[in-house]
Design a protein around this ligand. Structure first.
Ligand SMILES: C[S@@+](CC[C@H](N)C(=O)[O-])C[C@H]1O[C@@H](n2cnc3c(N)ncnc32)[C@H](O)[C@@H]1O
Length: 264
């Protein structure tokens, strides 16, 4: 068997650039440092050039300054979702019971666990590949990960005990999925993106059931978009959770949050 030709840095950059990678030099560095052998580098470069998201090629994503496992097919956590974690960390207290619904890779709950001393993190997702990934990412925090539809797989003992309930559920309107970049459209599952006709169908289900799971004074935080924030906030109001909105222009991020009433 002949060994694959050694790829120089400039060849890697050129191939990435020819494939349309805007940050070809940065990506080349990551591929060169991530490859464990010349043949591994060739395979990684081929996959990237074929259009696989960089994070799926590398097997990790950077989120809030830390590296988290992200397996092929699993939704790649976006930088904008760092606002959701920051907002949650701002209202959490040591030992908070946290539920990360629609957890994907689990990076959201895992990153929050690094910021909140003694956080007890529970996470759930409907996609078995996401659940496997979340179990890896939450292992250090001793988080529990469940597989199923929204709240359905959570232990009943959590009802009325959740201090922080956060969700970056799918919120892309069905009709807009075709307009998404191919990296998302082709390499992330439709179930991770599709929020129904107006994008808010999954969120509305999350928000409607939240009061049954929140502890008195517990907080619900939901990522949305600036265009959809009025609809997300309306769902909070309809369920007795007075909504507030946080924006971060730098991250193009919007989070709606609200607090359960202190009495029951
Ligand atoms: C936009 S991705 C976000 C993943 C993760 N929260 C993040 O920010 O990286 C949405 C996730 O919701 C999950 N999902 C969609 N519908 C669901 C449902 N009915 N029950 C549980 N999880 C669901 C998908 O599998 C996907 O992992």
């Amino acid at each position: 068997m002949t060994a694959p030709p050694l790829l120089t840095r400039s060849v890697v950059v050129d191939r990435l650039r020819a494939a349309g990678c805007v940050y070809a030099e940065d990506e080349a560095e990551l591929l060169l440092s991530g490859a464990t052998s010349p043949s591994a580098l060739t395979a990684m470069l081929d996959r990237r050039v074929a259009g696989l998201p960089l994070e799926h090629v590398l097997g990790w994503v950077e989120f809030l300054g830390l590296r988290w496992v992200v397996d092929p097919g699993v939704f790649v956590p976006r930088r904008r979702t760092e606002l959701l974690v920051r907002q949650a960390a701002a209202v959490a207290t040591p030992g908070s019971v946290v539920v990360d619904l629609c957890c994907g890779s689990g990076a959201v709950g895992a990153a929050l666990a690094t910021a909140v001393v003694g956080a007890q993190v529970h996470a759930a997702d409907i996609d078995p590949a996401a659940v496997r990934c979340a179990r890896a990412n939450l292992a250090a925090a001793k988080g529990q990960v469940y597989e199923g539809d929204l709240y359905e797989p959570l232990p009943a003992a959590l009802r009325g005990r959740v201090d922080i309930l956060l969700a970056n559920a799918p919120y892309v309107p069905t009709g807009s999925i075709a307009l998404m970049p191919p990296e998302a459209r082709l390499h992330e599952l439709t179930v991770a993106l599709d929020g129904g006709a107006d994008g808010l169908e999954v969120q509305r289900r999350v928000i409607a059931e939240a009061p049954q799971w929140l502890a008195p004074g517990g907080h619900l935080l939901v990522e949305t978009s600036q265009e959809q924030e009025a609809g997300t906030a309306e769902a909070f109001s309809r369920n007795g959770l007075h909504p507030q909105v946080a924006h971060c222009d730098e991250l193009d991020a919007t989070v709606v949050y609200g607090t359960s009433s202190a009495e029951r």
